[in-house]
Design a protein around this ligand. Structure first.
Ligand code: CUA
Length: 330
C-alpha cells in the first residue's frame, strides 16, 4: 500500500479526533469544568488505560511468538503439539477478572453517587428540566422561576436536576459539566452537576428526536453566587413598559401570549420569554441580535424545521415593534 492510500484509510480516525472538539472547555467532556465531569473523565481514563495495557500485553506476546516460533530454514518436521496448559489458563482467566474489578469498583461507586437525589439537601439548587421539541424549559421551584434555553446556576454549588419530557424522548447533555441523561415523557430522571468556574457551557440534545434534533441546543450559564441571587431577584420584577414599547407589547398580547408567557408562572406551549433579552442565542441557533429575532419571528420553520412555532401574520412595522418589546424582557 502506498503512503497516500494509507493516509486515506486513516482519514476516518483522524476525522474523529478532529471532530471530538478536544480543547474547547465550553463543550468538551475531556476538559471537565466541574467535579461530576472530572469523576466521569477519570473513569474514561481508567478504562482506556486498562484497554491500552491489555492491547500492549497481547501484542507483545503475539509478536514474540510470531518471531520466536516461525518456521526456520531446513525445518521439515511438525512441531510438538500442545493441548491445554493449566497454569496459562488460570493466568489468562484471573488477570482479566482482576482488571474488570479495577474498572468496576470506581464505576459502580460513581454511578450510584452521580444518580443520588440531592433535591432535598441543604444548599443545593433545585431545577426541573423539561425537554420539548425543540427547546428546553428550566423551572426553579424554590424561587418560582420558569424560564427557557439558558439555565443559570451559581458557581461552586451543587445543582440537583429533575428531568422529564413533554413529548418524545430527548437527552440532556452538557459535556463539560456531566454525562448525558435521557428525558422521558411521563417520568422523572435525577442527576446533579456543578460548575467550578464561571462561564457559559454549551448543552446539546443527545437523542434523535425529530427534524431539528441537531438544533436543540441550550446553555448553562454559571455565575458567581452574588450574580445568581441578583438574577433570581431580577426575575421577580416585571419588565417596564414604556411609551416606546407599548405598541410592541400589544402586538405580543394579540399574537404571542396564547403560547408564550413572560412572567414567573405558566409556560404555555412555547418557551417562557422572561429574561429573553439576556439570552445568549435566539431559539438556541441564531446569534442574539434584533435581526435574528426578526428572522426567527418571520419564518421559524426556515431556522428550525419541525418547530411548533407557527409563522405569525404580522406586517414589517408590527414585527419591528414586537422585537423592540422583546428586547426589554431582561
Ligand atoms: Cu431533543 Cu434531540
Amino acid at each position: 500500500m502506498n503512503r497516500w492510500k494509507l493516509l486515506w484509510r486513516l482519514m476516518p480516525l483522524l476525522a474523529v479526533l478532529a471532530l471530538a472538539g478536544c480543547g474547547d472547555p465550553s463543550i468538551s467532556a475531556i476538559d471537565p469544568q466541574g467535579p461530576v465531569a472530572s469523576e466521569q473523565f477519570f473513569l474514561m481514563k481508567l478504562s482506556l488505560a486498562v484497554m491500552i495495557f491489555v492491547f500492549a500485553v497481547v501484542m507483545i506476546i503475539y509478536i514474540y511468538v510470531l518471531v520466536r516460533y516461525r518456521k526456520k530454514k531446513g525445518q521439515d518436521q511438525i512441531p510438538k503439539q500442545v493441548e491445554g496448559n493449566h497454569v496459562l489458563e488460570i493466568i489468562w482467566t484471573v488477570i482479566p477478572i482482576l482488571l474488570l474489578i479495577v474498572i468496576a469498583v470506581p464505576t459502580i461507586k460513581y454511578t450510584f453517587e452521580h444518580s443520588k437525589d440531592l433535591r432535598e439537601e441543604e444548599g443545593v439548587v433545585h431545577i426541573k428540566v423539561t425537554a420539548h421539541q425543540f427547546w428546553w424549559q428550566f423551572e426553579y421551584p424554590d424561587n418560582n422561576i420558569n424560564t427557557a434555553q439558558d439555565m443559570y446556576i451559581p458557581v461552586g454549588k451543587r445543582v440537583a436536576l429533575e428531568l422529564t419530557s413533554s413529548d418524545v424522548k430527548h437527552s440532556f447533555w452538557v459535556p463539560a459539566l456531566a454525562g448525558k441523561i435521557d428525558t422521558n415523557p411521563g417520568m422523572s430522571n435525577i442527576m446533579h452537576l456543578q460548575a467550578d468556574k464561571p462561564g457559559i457551557y454549551r448543552g446539546k440534545c443527545a437523542e434523535l428526536c425529530g427534524a431539528s434534533h441537531s438544533l436543540m441546543d441550550f446553555k448553562v450559564v454559571a455565575v458567581s453566587e452574588a450574580e445568581y441571587n441578583q438574577w433570581v431577584e431580577g426575575k421577580k420584577t416585571p419588565a417596564k413598559v414604556t411609551a416606546d414599547t407599548a405598541k410592541g407589547e400589544q402586538v405580543f398580547k394579540d399574537n404571542c401570549l396564547s403560547c408564550h408567557a413572560v412572567g414567573g408562572e405558566g409556560a404555555g406551549l412555547g418557551p417562557n420569554l422572561n429574561g429573553f433579552a439576556n439570552r445568549t442565542e435566539v431559539a438556541g441557533v441564531l446569534p442574539h441580535d434584533a435581526a435574528s429575532v426578526k428572522k426567527w419571528i418571520q419564518d421559524p420553520q426556515a431556522q428550525k424545521p419541525g418547530t411548533k412555532m407557527p409563522k405569525v401574520n404580522l406586517n414589517e412595522d408590527q414585527v419591528d415593534q414586537l422585537v423592540k418589546y422583546l428586547e426589554t424582557l431582561k
